[in-house]
Design a protein around this ligand. Structure first.
Ligand SMILES: NC(=O)c1ccc[n+]([C@@H]2O[C@H](COP(=O)([O-])OP(=O)(O)OC[C@H]3O[C@@H](n4cnc5c(N)ncnc54)[C@H](OP(=O)(O)O)[C@@H]3O)[C@@H](O)[C@H]2O)c1
Length: 283
């Protein structure tokens, strides 16, 4: 694989940043250079010599998507824009690598395989499911379905570290269960699929290890960072009791990793990558 033939959209996001580090020779753009919701910009872009588009662009504000304005944006970026990219990929014989979410499921099953039927609870989840359907209609595509992404940007680990630094002992929800996914693991899986030209299709990709609640993730963050802050368990219902416009979230986000493992990919344990991430954060 020639990384000069890769194009990264949403290049300034968490995943986009990690992809640029892995593929310094790749072409890339974020919304300022290429707004993927604009069909003309996407169609007229110079795609010559591009063999793979990795779409790291998305509308990821889960609660924002429940507002009138956010609903429109979520559907534009996560669905309509995927139609624009898919059209270019189909016409120019480009492979599309796209990222999906645990939020396409209602989370009633405790372990999601790639072929589970869509059952999104939220606007964000529905818009991501629509994007998946568009990508799945392409002959050359990889969808990596992931959860709880942590990289360079606003994310749960950074939020909890900053809460601790303010001297707060947080109450954190204990009834949403999943695993963190570090962007380096997503990039490693993308590279594994592309380099080995594995069978096109959908692959669950998260870090491996025990699926736990956000409260337990927070305890692990504080343990890894050697912080003494106390974490109190709270149910999702109680946590959001007095808040409006909160998107419903899946109870179980844990994705079954058998398919990607069968290709020879071994995802790291999230607790080990968390230690490395926190060490880097605190340098
Ligand atoms: N974050 C998670 O916990 C999570 C969980 C499961 C799946 N995922 C999926 O993983 C993928 C990567 O997520 P992430 O956390 O890296 O997201 P992110 O940090 O929010 O990055 C998304 C990037 O896309 C850009 N973007 C937004 N609208 C665009 C447009 N119209 N044209 C071009 N670029 C646009 C954003 O720019 P602005 O910042 O300027 O808007 C941002 O730089 C997404 O597909 C997401 O749905 C994420």
């Amino acid at each position: 694989m020639n990384s000069k033939q890769i194009f990264i959209t949403g290049a300034n996001g968490q995943l986009g940043t990690a992809l640029r580090a892995k593929y310094p020779d790749a072409k890339f753009a974020d919304i300022a250079e290429l707004d993927i919701t604009d069909p003309k910009s996407v169609k007229d872009y110079d795609w010559s010599n591009i063999k793979t588009i990795i779409n790291a662009a998305a509308y990821t504000n889960v609660d924002g998507a429940e507002t009138n304005e956010g609903r429109v944006s979520a559907w534009k970026v996560n669905a309509t824009a995927i139609g624009n990219l898919s059209q270019v990929c189909r016409e120019k014989n480009i492979t599309l690598v796209h990222i999906s979410s645990d939020y396409v499921f209602d989370g009633s099953q405790d372990n999601h395989t790639e072929d589970e039927e869509f059952s999104p609870l939220s606007v964000y989840g529905a818009s991501k499911a629509a994007g998946d359907l568009l990508v799945q209609s392409l002959p050359s595509h990889y969808i990596l379905r992931t959860s709880w992404v942590i990289g360079e940007g606003k994310n749960f680990v950074r939020t909890m570290l900053s809460v601790a630094e303010k001297g707060i002992d947080p109450s954190v929800v204990n009834d949403q269960i999943g695993r963190l996914t570090f962007t380096d693991e997503l990039v490693r899986a993308i590279d594994h699929l592309l380099t080995n030209q594995l069978e096109f299709g959908t692959y669950n990709v998260t870090n491996d290890g025990q699926a736990v609640s956000w409260a337990d993730v927070t305890r692990e963050i504080y343990k890894s960072a050697d912080l003494g802050n106390k974490v109190t368990d709270i149910s999702t219902e109680d946590y959001y009791k007095d808040k409006e416009g909160i998107a419903p979230r899946p109870k179980f986000s844990s994705l079954n990793l058998s398919k990607i493992k069968q290709t020879g990919f071994r995802p790291n344990d999230w607790k080990e990558d968390l230690v490395k991430y926190i060490k880097k954060e605190r340098q």
